[in-house]
Write a protein that binds this ligand. Structure first.
Ligand code: C2E
Ligand code: MG
Ligand code: MG
Length: 575
């Protein structure tokens, strides 16, 4: 580190900020005059007071200290000599003359002069030392140690100066996120990675115009702030940066490949210094990375939706505790018997401010976090207890619970379900777990182990929304499954479209060959229901038979169906 010799952000920067060379000269002249005045005042006071042992002699130290502060050791030394010379002869020290061959006043003169010079030079060095320490502290405050580029505080300070000097200029903030930083770290360690980032920063510095500010705002993050015309922001700069950062480069002696994603935030012309544009550019860079795009621009509306989502997520633990996550149950009709033989448990959030939230508004967000574990545990517990209650009332329905990929990878699902079944005494066969086709395709086979073990206990497993992904039946054949739920989008078009109908028929036949039970979901009319019956589908679920309802409202439906006065008539194709 070159704390003393750093061009940025040394103490010299301040003289620019507070008025430049002219003001510096003015300050020196003022100091000089003050020193001279101080010395004169000390001499006058001492002389008027009659010399030794006048306390006024000490007044001479003030100009010496000022000179040391302003003109360093040399200034302190010279002023000390002058001060001693001026007051020495009058302000005699009391010395015994017997041992001296020179008159006492000369001894007094020389002792005072040299003593004050020593004090002056010492003070000068102390001030200088303190100044250097302050410079080092400044360096640490404003500079990233690994690359010696300005850090966020440093970049903001430079930007604040620019905003002061040239207000009203439109600027863009570009965050260059090094997306393979983890690999660099694993390969080269922290120091090596720093060298690579430093190399990248230096190249940016060279390629970009002098007025661009280049800094490092995070381990894997460089930032560029530049005044731009609109066409540069949208078309020119990102490709330049992309080309530069996408190439192989040398960071010190290290040869590395750097991959980047760029986040661009356009600052308003009347912007003031704040952290916001940097955060926003970083958010855009993260999105560029997530979406696999080279560049992303910060979009307020989109981020507002994201922020809303994050806010909602932060409320979930409290919502679970306050029982705001409630379940509705949608009955499933057996097409052979005309009875509701099962229900699907579907989550709803009774949000105190936003009202009823459908699962689509929060589950996809929750699924991206570990909180899905708590949510699924909550749903499983409520659904299993409720089903046990129905069983106690003589309604032997099964219950389906939707689970997510993360539930399979976390490893606690098996234990949790086993405990719940044991505690409630519900037959494992009465529980079915639904996992969507796309989720199943995402998960490694090794993670299906928990499902396989649950099946061994008797719990059933269904593939949900079948037909929305690209899983073939050949793929499905090897999975631990009992039920195939045909997606509603698939089913809906079948009554009108001959080709769709044929595909559906083939699919159902193949599923049956694989010993899978087939459920059709999203049945909204009698025609579809009739078609499903004709195609040999085992169960149907949809608004035509029943909407998802609160447990208390489902009970009468189940009772009717089990007492024989239920929806059996509805499954007749004529209705
Ligand atoms: P899903 O598991 O496929 O559930 C069926 C969805 O279709 C439900 O939407 C249901 O209300 C709707 N539906 C039922 N019949 C009809 C119909 O005739 N027409 C139409 N248009 N829709 C019908 P919902 O309740 O909004 O749930 C959406 C999805 O959210 C569910 O799809 C499921 O994937 C997920 N989900 C719901 N609850 C949970 C949960 O507790 N955990 C997890 N991981 N996911 C859940
Ligand atoms: Mg489902
Ligand atoms: Mg579904």
């Amino acid at each position: 580190m070159a704390a003393g010799g750093h061009g940025w952000p040394g103490t010299g920067q301040r003289s620019v900020r507070y008025g430049g060379l002219e003001s510096l000269t003015r300050k020196r002249v003022t100091s000089f005059l003050l020193i001279a005045l101080g010395l004169a005042v000390a001499v006058v006071l001492v002389v008027r007071d009659g010399g030794t042992p006048s306390a006024y002699a000490h007044f001479a130290y003030a100009p010496v200290a000022l000179a040391a502060f302003r003109f360093r050791g040399l200034g302190g030394f010279v002023t000390g000599l002058l001060g001693g010379a001026a007051v020495g002869p009058v302000a005699e020290l009391v010395v015994s003359g017997t041992m001296l061959t020179v008159p006492a006043q000369y001894v007094s003169w020389s002792v005072r002069a040299s003593w004050m010079a020593v004090i002056g030079v010492t003070l000068g060095h102390l001030f200088e030392h303190a100044r250097r320490q302050a410079g080092i502290l400044d360096w640490y405050r404003f500079t990233d140690r690994g690359t010696e580029l300005p850090n966020l505080v440093g970049v903001r300070r430079q930007l604040a100066l620019r905003l002061e000097e040239a207000p009203g200029v439109e600027r863009i903030v570009v965050v260059v996120k090094i997306t393979n930083y983890d690999h660099l770290l694993a390969t080269f360690g922290y120091e090596g990675s720093d060298q690579v980032v430093r190399g990248l920063g230096q190249q940016l510095r060279v390629k970009l115009p002098a007025e661009a500010i280049v800094g490092r705002t995070g381990n894997d993050e460089l930032v560029v702030v530049e005044p731009v015309g609109p066409e540069i922001a949208t078309t020119q700069l990102p490709p330049v940066l992309r080309e530069l950062t996408g190439s192989s480069l040398y960071g010190g002696h290290i040869h590395a490949y750097v991959e980047t994603a760029l986040g661009v935030m356009r600052m308003r012309a009347d912007a003031v210094d704040s952290e916001a544009p940097f955060v926003q550019a970083a958010v855009a860079a993260a999105r560029a990375h997530e979406e696999g795009a080279g560049v992303a621009y910060y979009e307020e509306e989109r981020e507002q939706v994201r922020r809303d989502g994050i806010h909602l997520l932060s409320e979930l633990p409290g919502a679970l505790e306050r029982e705001e996550i409630v379940l509705v149950y949608q009955p499933k009709l057996c097409l052979q018997t005309g009875r509701f033989v099962g229900v699907e448990a579907l989550a709803r959030w009774q949000h105190p401010v936003r009202g009823w939230l459908a699962p689509g508004a929060f589950i996809p967000l929750v699924e991206q976090t570990g909180m899905i574990g708590a949510l699924t545990a909550h749903v499983l517990e409520r659904a299993i207890r409720q089903t046990r209650l129905w069983h106690d009332q003589g309604l032997a329905v099964s219950v389906s619970v939707n689970i997510s990929t993360r539930n399979l990878t976390s490893g606690s699902l098996l234990q949790h379900i086993t405990d719940l079944l044991e505690e409630t005494g519900l037959a494992p066969e009465a529980l079915e777990l639904e996992i969507t086709e796309t989720a199943l395709m995402d998960v490694y086979r090794a993670h299906l182990d928990q499902l396989a073990r649950l099946r061994e206990q008797g719990v059933r497993v269904a593939i949900d929304d079948f037909g929305t992904g690209y899983a073939s039946l050949a793929y499905v054949r090897d999975l631990p499954l009992d039920t195939l739920k045909l997606d509603k989008s698939f089913i809906r078009s079948a009554p009108e479209q001959r080709r769709e109908r044929q595909i559906l028929r083939r699919m159902i036949d193949m599923a049956k060959d694989l010993d899978l039970q087939v459920v059709g979901e999203g049945v909204e009319d009698a025609e579809t229901l009739a078609l499903l019956m004709e195609l040999g589908v085992d169960q149907a679920q949809g608004y035509h038979m029943a909407y998802p309802l609160a447990a208390d409202d489902v009970r009468p439906l189940l009772l009717q169906s089990w007492s024989g006065s239920g929806p059996a008539q509805r499954i007749s194709p004529s209705t």
